[in-house]
Design a protein around this ligand. Structure first.
Ligand code: HDE
Length: 727
């Protein structure tokens, strides 16, 4: 092993990435060796008896190489198999020591190294990034007090309330066991069969059928710890806490048709987007948010804080933004880091503790257990990416692939032979002590009555969506149920939907051409206790008084930046160079990334004979990879683009997917050749904004600035109103 070069020296180092360097192998300038360090003279031919064979068993070089190859694969994760990782750092803004004794949250001068892995849940390792699915958002903090893993998702609730149902849920959503179809998709019978008889999934299903399930980028997703955790301060005072990650670029999604297209054209879309942006120095950032509830307020809510199918609406307990996560370094090796990282929500530090959420409790068992089969034995914590920053001292010994060389004769405690070392740490010395929550009760297999309202928050979610978001959900349900082949499943699901919202059920029923289930005449407040007098009933959350939560709709997300957005310029020979550079410079100054798409590779020759580098052709690019499109002027270029069916399709598709489109007035003929520009007058006079999100003009500075405003809106969903825009 040698440790000369980090893979990308421009990306910052931290204590963890430096510690990984001692394990890095770099082949530059080195000779090839066997695993025992013997230099290899011929790696092209096996050892044979004569040049026509047979091969000799003696060939230890061949045997070593092939044997290693034969054993290269490890089992993929049973869920979250497909993922992408990155290194980074976290820093708290102000000390949180009043609520938690966790050191990394108590000291703003501390920069904590992190490793993050994003994932989809249902698909295999090689499946598409753009599946309609939950996204994993697992963050490891390498703190001075040990590793803390916040193993969350991009949705704040879960399908089930009790961990014992997890294998059933996963078996239902994974490809069906007889023919292993479909891959990375929930749109099939077994999933909806299960869901249609699991009303506790109702809230999560609303998130899954919303646009949150098809993010534009990992960099534009929220993250949630889901369960209620506990903070404990140095005085031993506890409070409940929900964790959030808020992306500084806002929360954005693609259109479903766009997602399906991307899945075919670039199944690595999210992985590539994360990698490329870190390489470009566009470091993704999130703020860590916490909702803190004092212990004494545990029962003040209409729902149970221990129920993982419930959120605490931000209107009831605001999210405090307490620190920032920045991802600033790509892994050196996918397998060594992203594949071998072993997250576990039982990896906590003093000051962070658990609650009795039955899903959380079950996860505490599952994560270590799964690493034993996935990584092959009990020493997986010694794999470089899993090691904590400090040295590990305990009496655990041996096992497959042991790396540590433990000095001394003792491997037990107490001992006198070695002075009783390693010695237990007092709480004041950083020793972890569990929060002494009082627990007593009978042994029962039961579900708490406080977990039984499955519909109020599902309804709150639907009510909180904008009209386009609601339409997308109706379409998503109609797609998914439309792919189910057993009619009874569709009918049962309509029954569930009608308990959530009658207009939702009616919209889906219309598309499935099934009767709308009868209006269940829902009570205003589902979970008001039976013995309560409605006049006096005044808990913190009454559904009637919290009909909508702004935080649940993506309509209210960050829409004032085009940073890192990808814009396609469609150009051909004869393009007006000024038109390209003026708009390109303006977009790049605002932080966007511009790529030139042309009929042929390499370059286009501008009107003024300069050569402009081409990034892609219509063969290798597609509109679905970009957030917006610009058509620069130049008579010959415009004529060539107009005559290029793939270019016209590019524009039609971008329009269909509600993206911003702009053109130099000199390229008006290109827009006139599209579905949406057909009605433009031939004698077009400079008007700038033609319709929402479509800009044409000859004042290039003005076009650029209007284009920037339009791109920052992300998508013009209004265009879908007449529904089904052709492309
Ligand atoms: Fe997981 N989950 N999970 N999960 N989960 C795994 O652990 C499990 C749940 C989550 O990038 C597995 O190392 C059970 C909720 C993420 O490596 C496994 C239950 C949430 C990742 C497992 C849940 C998650 C996993 C598979 C119900 C959001 C990927 C491989 C009680 C808060 C981590 C592995 C990575 C991975 C079990 C429910 C998030 C089998 C039993 C709720 C982000 O241990």
């Amino acid at each position: 092993m040698s440790n000369d070069q980090p893979s990308n020296p421009a990306q910052p180092d931290n204590d963890k990435t430096q510690s990984l360097e001692s394990h890095v192998e770099t082949p530059a300038g080195e000779m090839m060796t066997t695993n025992t360090g013997l230099r290899i003279n011929d790696d092209q031919n096996t050892l044979k008896a004569g040049d026509r064979g047979a091969s000799l068993l003696e060939d230890f070089i061949f045997r070593e190489k092939i044997t290693h190859f034969d054993h290269e694969r490890i089992p993929e994760r049973v869920v979250h198999a497909r993922g992408a990782g990155a290194h980074g750092v976290f820093r708290v803004y102000e000390s949180m020591s009043s609520v938690t004794r966790a050191q990394f949250l108590g000291d703003p001068s501390l920069e904590t190294p992190v490793f993050v892995r994003f994932s989809t849940v249902a698909g295999s390792r090689g499946s598409t990034d753009l599946a309609r699915d939950v996204r994993g958002f697992a963050v490891r903090f390498y703190t001075q007090e040990g590793n803390f893993d916040l193993v969350g998702n991009n949705m704040p609730v879960f399908f089930i309330q009790d961990a014992i149902k997890f294998p059933d849920l996963v078996h239902a959503v994974k490809p069906e066991p007889d023919n292993e179809i479909p891959q990375a998709a929930s749109a099939h019978d077994t999933f909806w069969d299960f869901i249609s008889i699991m009303p506790e999934s109702s809230h999560m299903i609303m998130w899954l059928m919303s646009d949150r399930a098809i993010p534009r980028s990992y960099r534009m997703m929220e993250g949630f710890g889901v369960h209620t955790f506990r903070f404990v301060n140095a005085e031993g005072v506890a409070s409940f806490v929900k964790f959030h990650w808020k992306p500084l670029l806002g929360v954005h999604s693609v259109a479903w048709d766009e997602a399906q297209n991307i899945s075919g054209k670039d199944p690595d879309y999210h992985r590539r987007d994360l990698w490329d942006n870190i390489e470009m120095g566009n470091y993704p950032e999130w703020e860590l948010g916490v909702q803190i509830v004092p212990e004494e307020d545990e029962f003040k809510f209409e729902f149970d804080l221990l129920d993982p199918t419930k959120i605490i609406p931000e209107e009831l307990v605001p999210v405090q933004r307490i620190g920032k996560l920045t991802l600033n370094r790509n892994p050196t090796n996918f397998f060594a880091e992203t594949e071998q990282v072993a997250f576990h929500l039982g990896h906590v530090v003093p000051g962070i503790d658990f609650t009795n959420d039955p899903l959380l409790q079950g996860r505490l068992f599952s994560y270590t257990d799964t690493q034993l089969i996935r990584l092959g034995g009990p020493n997986f914590q010694e794999i470089p990416i899993n090691r904590p920053l400090g040295v590990v001292h305990n009496n655990q010994r041996d096992g497959y692939m042991r790396q540590t060389i433990n000095r001394g004769k003792t491997s037990y405690n107490p001992n006198l032979l070695a002075g009783n070392y390693p010695v237990q740490a007092k709480a004041s010395e950083g020793g972890f002590t569990s929060y002494p929550e009082r627990v007593d009760g009978r042994k029962v297999r039961a579900r708490s009555k406080s977990f039984l309202d499955h519909f109020s928050q599902a309804r709150l979610f639907f009510n909180s969506q904008s009209d386009p978001e609601k339409n997308h959900m109706i379409d998503a349900f109609s797609f998914e149920l439309g792919k189910c082949i057993t009619p009874a499943i569709r009918e049962r699901m309509l029954g569930i939907l009608s308990l959530i919202d009658q207009s939702l059920a009616a919209g889906v029923a219309y598309q499935l051409r099934l009767p709308v289930p009868p209006d269940p005449a829902l009570p205003v407040n589902h979970s008001m206790p039976a013995d309560a007098d409605p006049a006096d009933y005044d808990p913190i959350m009454v559904e009637g008084s919290l009909l909508k939560s702004e935080a649940l709709s993506m309509e209210h997300t960050v829409k004032d930046t085009i940073e890192t957005r990808k814009i396609a310029f469609l150009a051909a020979d004869g393009v007006d160079e000024l038109s390209v550079t003026t708009v390109k410079n303006a977009l790049e100054a605002a932080g966007a990334v511009v790529e030139i798409i042309a009929p042929r590779q390499n370059f286009v020759e501008a009107e003024n004979d300069t050569k402009i580098a081409v990034d892609h052709t219509f063969l290798t690019a597609a509109s679905v990879f970009y957030d917006a499109v610009y058509v620069p002027g130049g008579i010959n270029s415009a004529a060539s683009i107009e005559a290029e069916p793939d270019a016209i399709h590019f524009l039609n598709e971008a329009f269909k997917h509600c993206k911003a489109v702009a053109a130099d007035a000199g390229a008006i003929q290109v827009l006139q050749a599209t579905n949406f520009g057909r009605k433009l007058p031939a004698d077009y006079s400079d008007e700038s904004v033609l319709m929402e999100g479509v800009i044409v003009g000859s004042d290039l500075e003005k076009v650029a600035s209007q284009f920037i405003t339009a791109i920052s809106q992300h998508r013009f969903w209004e265009r879908e109103k007449p529904r089904k825009v052709p492309a």
